[in-house]
Design a protein around this ligand. Sequence first.
Ligand code: PAF
Length: 275
Amino acid sequence: MKIVTTIAEAQSRQRSKPRVLVPTMGALHKAHLELIRVARERAGPNGEVAVSIFVNPLQFVPGSDYEQYPRPEKADEEFCRNAGVDLLFRPAARELYFEDRSAYVEEASLSSVLEGKSRPGHFRGVCTVVAKLFNILAPEVATFGEKDFQQLAIVRRMVRDLNFKIDIIAVPTVREDDGLACSSRNRYLNLEERKQAAVLHKALLAAASANKRSASDVVDLARKVISEVQLADIDYVELVDAETLQPVEMVRPNSLLALAVLFGKTRLIDNIRLP
Ligand code: PAF
């Protein structure tokens, strides 16, 4: 596995193989392994799998966990090696951002709801760094997880609107045995929070299978299940159209139930498609 830390080196490498990129912020876990597996499958024997690890300061809202975000460098490197990654791109923040930077990439519609409402500027940070990674590493394909459903929709919109010639592959959410969606932030949870956090998937499953028609009934049911655990503090539970991410009043094809819930200081998100 080749490790590259500078843009110059990443861009000067001669390349004859098609590349599939897995953009990450490190602290790799089994959901990343699945992203890498799908990337490998798509790359085939003649392709190359590239993983980027970069904790992107631009996507953290002020006062959140940028400084504390886990950065287990050695373990991540081993993880990539064992997963059969060909190229690891791991730049420092000063390598990716000029101090006097003044150009950003902003998606202006899908970013205004759900996570975008609670974390202003977050998706501008995501779009900016993803566009930079696409320019630097020039992949033909990139994989993104469906846990971050809104991020996936926004990246797809950016790719479409800015004419990146890159296929975006959506990878289904990977879960722990009790249903909790895998996330690097799960490691912030204490034992009791971790135990109670399993309620999120239970709530999504209960709401999705209850055969309710109105959005408020679906949302109320999910909220009720979540409220049964003491430590959950709901930010939002919303039923939206999976394309536009706009709220819907009645369940219809392509509806998505999305939620964000705090356990202590840890904010967890998850979602489910309604049948
Ligand atoms: O999903 C993530 O890990 C990040 O938001 C991403 C896509 C790597 C951009 O920093």
